[in-house]
Unconditional design. Structure first.
Length: 70
């Protein structure tokens, strides 16, 4: 059972790392080529939504930051 949990954790960790790398690549491509895929615009929209929600947005950012530290 522990091996299965470890394997699932490893797969999820790999997928999360891949998603972060794709996000960074999208931002870099957006900066170089005038946001072809709309990544920067979507990040700005997400930050605007978090800003509109006030304290709930701040708590969400704190939770995501703690999750990313692990």
């Amino acid at each position: 059972m522990n091996n299965a949990i470890k394997m699932i954790n490893d797969v999820l960790s790999t997928l999360t790392g891949l998603a972060i790398n794709l996000l960074v690549a999208g931002v870099v491509i957006g900066i170089l080529y005038n946001d072809v895929f709309g990544v920067i615009g979507n990040i700005g929209a997400a930050m605007g939504t978090i800003g509109d929600n006030g304290l709930a947005g701040l708590i969400t950012i704190a939770i995501v930051a703690m999750w990313m530290k692990k």
